[in-house]
Design a protein around this ligand. Structure first.
Ligand code: PSU
Ligand code: MN
Length: 310
């Protein structure tokens, strides 16, 4: 038994799927607790789990509940995360404090990757990743998600990064850290609400099976880091780039005026964007996350098939 296993609670269904080489997809809880209002987030959580199951996968929502590292949540735990009363936001630096103090917290991309890797889950679907904030070259506000991608062996399927971030510098940082950025059937790195960011990916994969072969090769050559997959929002739900730029400029100005910094800036900007788009962005947010869950399940299934041939 690994020394960390005593901190980990893996739901029996997930443990069995992993033992039987069946596709499992990790999901984060910050998107629920700090990214969407209750009860829309609970409805979303059920829908995303259904999407994964409909493609033969098993969902594994991660969180820290009363100091336990959770891989898969019971119905009660999911509700607690969605009600989000006294639920912190947990990135890598917060994990040990939450475990030691028996606290409950929602996991970001970084901490979900950590928990997924502990459980042996190689694929994780989210909405958008954290990155280098605008002005990050001065503030040094760079999400711990990027370092995690460099070191932890989990592939993260996202719809790119929001325009609240400096997408160009985020991609430069990932290059420096040696993180492959792969487009799912696109040469453009997506910008969350929009299909294009104006920046490219390293490689435009032709299929989810091809992405699985890249994960397999990364492990084969002995690299320990992760992979970032950019999967653009479906065309019919994409929002206009210029329109979003105007909204985001206003949200950034509001954050500046309210003097919001550090870990609170992302939730603040997300809430402001939602307010300023009158909820239009919410449907897009839901649809892109469901689309990422589909892509992640197909990658996970292809990876299981590759494992079998070994
Ligand atoms: N970006 C989004 N939606 C989100 C987040 C980022 O469009 O919900 C969340 C994710 O959990 C991500 C985290 O890992 O915010 C990044 O926060 P920070 O910049 O503090 O690392
Ligand atoms: Mn930050």
């Amino acid at each position: 038994m690994n020394s960390f296993e005593k901190y980990l609670d893996i739901l029996p269904e997930i443990r069995q799927a992993l033992n039987e080489n069946k596709p499992v997809v990790a999901l984060e809880s910050t998107i629920l607790s700090h990214g969407m209002p209750y009860p829309d987030n609970l409805d979303f959580a059920h829908r995303v789990e259904e999407v994964i199951r409909s493609l033969g996968g098993v969902p594994a929502t991660c969180a820290i509940v009363k100091g336990r590292l959770k891989v898969g949540l019971t119905a009660d735990e999911l509700k607690i995360m969605c009600r989000a009363e006294n639920i912190g936001k947990v990135s890598r630096r917060d994990v040990a404090v939450y475990v030691a103090l028996g606290r409950t917290g929602a996991t970001t991309v970084a901490s979900t990757m950590i928990i997924a890797a502990m459980a042996g889950i190689p694929v994780f679907a989210t909405g958008g990743i954290g990155g280098v904030h605008r002005g990050g070259q001065d503030s040094m506000d760079i999400s711990a998600d990027l370092q995690e991608l460099a070191h932890t062996p989990v592939t993260v399927v996202c719809a790119g990064a929001k325009q609240i971030l400096d997408i160009g510098r985020t991609l430069e940082y990932l290059e420096t850290m040696g993180v492959p950025v792969i487009g799912n059937q696109t040469a453009d790195f997506p910008a969350f609400f929009c299909r294009k960011s104006g920046f490219g990916v390293d490689y435009a994969a032709q299929s989810e099976a091809e992405i699985a072969s890249i994960i397999h090769a990364q492990r084969g050559v002995g690299f320990t880091g992760g992979i970032l997959v950019g999967n653009p929002v479906p065309e019919e739900y994409a929002l206009d780039h210029e329109y979003m730029e105007r909204i985001i400029t206003a949200a950034l100005q509001a954050a500046d005026e309210a003097d919001v910094h550090g870990k609170n800036i992302t939730p603040f900007l997300l809430a402001k964007v939602k307010e300023l788009t009158g909820g239009e962005s919410f449907e897009t947010n839901v649809q892109l996350a469901l689309n990422n869950a589909r892509c992640a399940t197909r990658i996970a299934a292809a990876l299981c098939a590759l494992n079998k041939t070994e």
